[in-house]
Design a protein around this ligand. Structure first.
Ligand code: BGC
Length: 545
């Protein structure tokens, strides 16, 4: 019999232990991985502006990096992260989630050492490629690991903690770039690069003390290890009724999914991610499309236009004097708004966050575009000294304010929301690869946008000025429609219940779904005598959609 010797329950509310402080701390630790993500995305802008660094790459006397070198140095990280994320799914199913993240940290540290030691382009590019592979491992598998170990009631909030760390990483990068930018020795680039070592070290060493995901052990048929890991992350004794019931549920779900998605070789494993009909909302293909397109949409919101290009963009308008300060304000709004999602994602759910968030962003973006075109950024004149000055300073300030409100909407909704949902929608047999593909999609679109945006706004090319916000506004409109029709509500459900919910509902009706049976019950597992326990109210109320 499946999971023989484990007491199951048919009480849908009794499959998880109450959340303790220790559980919070253990589950939140891995979110520190977000620091790599944010810092790595942000620090390079400062380094490529350092005059010492420019001379190391281009030779003595050079004043700027050549276009191809600049583009290679910036984008090689995304290439590494893209391939790293895809490979990480396989690795995580083989050696486990925890060891994949630790391996990612080790790869990352090797990449960081190469970059810090660099005296020319070759070593730097090789170092960034290798570090990128490490970041790819880490960014995909931290989400997978956290989604699998976090208690369902606070899973969204804890995964949002990962996004919070991304924002802190971006802020730290901006501050370090500011502090080291004017240095006249090689410390101006070796300090920002070398600092990354600390992140890899803390995450890698810290994880050594945490258990692997119980769901990974179940997938590998190592039930006793799964029990031990589960007891540890739920802060319960190994023979606790809650641990028994949750374990039975994970095993029964794995059995069920396995009967639908037969295991096979490596190729089959990948083919499984694309199996089923595109018209069935719970097919693997649809889940893979959902995860990858959600991350694509997150990038389409245009957020990295702000974080990668706000300084040159603001400079090019000629309307802002202290561009660094404004960029810092953008980064601070990002940091301060993210924690709001810790509460809202569990109170209102994932769907309302993504729908209202897209609406808020698109309104702000269109307003920035309209004000810019009529009275703001796009309307400047040149004074007698040849300096470009905005015709209407209050209008320019209004645009800045709307960009801040737009960042507020992103940081409190789509920023964390996209990561939370990709960790929840995949069934166990394809979860590692599904999350890996979705993360790779984030990096791919991140890279595409980083490469094409300069052409849209460069004065010598597209010269769109703030009209570029019409493009982001249109893409956010697509994200709004997309979230309404395609994103299911996963709040308050165990990962196994998410599976069932996606089978029995459509995204638009998903918020109303309540579990009525457990997987253990459906699979005919031994009843553990918990039928009389109070059914915990799953509290999925409160959603507007
Ligand atoms: C996105 C990044 C972005 C960051 C900003 C993340 O969720 O994936 O591309 O730079 O949020 O906070």
């Amino acid at each position: 019999m499946p999971g023989g010797g484990i007491s199951a329950t048919s009480d849908v509310g009794a499959i998880e232990a109450p959340v303790t402080f220790k559980t919070y701390l253990m589950c939140a630790f891995a979110s520190f991985g977000g620091m790599f993500f944010g810092y790595d995305s942000g620090y390079i802008n400062g380094v490529t502006g350092s005059s010492v660094f420019i001379q190391v790459i281009e030779g003595a006397g050079a004043k700027t990096l050549s276009g191809p070198h600049n583009s290679l140095i910036v984008s090689i990280l995304s290439a590494g992260t893209f391939f790293g994320a895809i490979a990480a799914g396989d690795v995580a199913d083989t050696i486990g989630r925890k060891w994949t993240v630790i391996a990612g940290c080790a790869i990352y540290i090797v990449g960081v050492i190469l970059q810090t030691a660099t005296n020319g382009l070759g070593l730097l590019v090789a170092g960034r490629l290798i570090a990128g592979i490490g970041v790819g491992f880490e960014s995909a598998i931290v989400i997978l690991y956290m989604s699998e170990i976090c208690p369902k009631k606070v899973r969204g909030a804890l995964v949002a903690g990962y996004q919070f760390c991304i924002t802190l990483g971006l802020l730290l990068a901006a501050c370090v770039a500011y502090g080291t930018g004017k240095m006249t020795t090689d410390a101006s680039y070796r300090i920002p690069i070398g600092l990354q070592f600390i992140f890899g070290f803390i995450l890698g060493v810290g994880l050594l003390f945490l258990p692997d995901s119980p769901r990974f052990y179940v997938k590998r048929g190592r039930i006793e290890q799964a029990r031990k890991a589960l007891a540890s992350v739920r802060d319960q004794p190994q023979d606790s009724e809650y641990v028994e019931a949750e374990l039975a549920e994970i095993i029964a779900n794995e059995e069920y999914e396995r009967s639908l998605i037969p295991a096979g070789g490596w190729i089959n494993g990948w083919l499984n991610c694309f199996s089923g009909s595109v018209f069935k909302s719970n097919s693997n293909l649809r889940k893979t499309i959902l995860g990858t397109s959600l991350q694509m949409m997150q990038q389409w919101t245009g957020i990295n236009f702000i974080f990668y290009f706000s300084t040159p963009f603001l400079q090019s308008t000629g309307a802002i004097k202290n561009t660094f300060l404004i960029s810092l304000i953008f980064t601070l709004v990002n940091v301060c708004s993210t924690p709001i999602s810790f509460y809202t994602v569990e109170k209102f759910g994932r769907r309302p966050l993504l729908i209202w968030g897209a609406l808020g962003m698109l309104i702000c973006e269109f307003l920035v575009g309209i004000i810019g075109d009529t009275v703001g950024f796009n309307r400047t004149h040149t004074d007698a000294a040849g300096t470009t000055i905005a015709n209407n300073i209050p209008a320019v300030n209004a645009q800045i304010a709307f960009i801040c409100i737009y960042i507020f909407f992103f940081a409190s909704t789509w920023g964390p929301g996209a990561w939370i949902v990709i960790g929840e929608v995949f069934p166990l047999p394809i979860r590692a690869r599904g999350v890996a593909l979705s993360t790779a999609s984030n990096w791919l679109w991140n890279c595409i946008i980083a490469v094409i945006t300069p052409y849209m706004v460069n004065p010598g090319e597209g010269n769109l000025k703030s009209n570029v916000f019409f493009i982001w506004g249109a893409l956010c409109t697509a994200a709004f429609v997309y979230a309404y029709f395609l994103v299911p509500e996963t709040k308050g459900l165990s990962l196994e219940q998410v599976d069932k919910m996606m089978e029995e509902t459509t995204p638009r009706t998903s918020a109303k779904w309540r579990p009525t049976t457990t997987f253990a019950q459906d699979m005919g597992m031994k009843e553990g005598g918990k039928l009389d326990m109070n059914v915990e109210d799953v509290e999925r109320k409160g959603s507007i959609f």
